[in-house]
Design a protein around this ligand. Sequence first.
Ligand SMILES: [Zn+2]
Length: 256
Amino acid sequence: MGTTNRVDLRRARMNNDAVFVAAVDAVDWSAIPALPNDPCSRPELVAENLKKLAAGTSYNQITDAAGGLAEGVISAHSGMVFPAAYTAAPFLLELVEHGQRPRIRDAALELVADSLFMVPPAGYGRVDTTRGRDVPLCCAIASVVRERREVVMGHNRRYGKDLMAEADAHWRLTVEEIGVRPDGISAWAMLEGAPFSTPVQAELHSSAALGHPVIHVDELLADASGEAYAEFGRVPSGTIPGDAVLYRAECGVREH
Ligand SMILES: [Zn+2]
């Protein structure tokens, strides 16, 4: 490789780093809910450590940055995940794909996996997302992971596969058309994540619903594209709003 190519490569890399840093800095990390008086739950340190992880060149730099995130997006020592994990997930997945060193890519994937598996502290288990408010933290992170399926599966086959399977278990069902049956409600819907077994409880999100009432999904048929047909049992309000989105109810009550 000639000198010119080396210089161009270096410039391209600096460019990518600059884009990453600018994207991290564009987030208002101080607005993310954080536990008062918990030294781990400090979102502004998450931003610093994301940038350090991306720029790490030595084993120690990478380990320090990953350690900072392991006591920032999560608390590895207490097994908790914080709301900042949802905001950090796209950046970590970017590093899984484009991290300059294998250790950066490994550490980033591990942090995303821990974020998904760990349980939030009481009162910090929901986040507002680009697709809806008050979403269970695990389901919000799972949606981000599903958006980067190829990156996750391509990183490390076995580990990536396990993470993807977990993300798919946090399904999201978007109602598209309601039907009425003699003994309940049915709906055509779009399923993200893996088809789930029924009966199961789901929490209902809608602009028309107060809070997140729990309803029963009695039947689900879904094809590989996510097109789904669902049947519901008792619905407290008697019907399901046309803009309803369902998440698995057990996710809404996961907390320390
Ligand atoms: Zn979930």
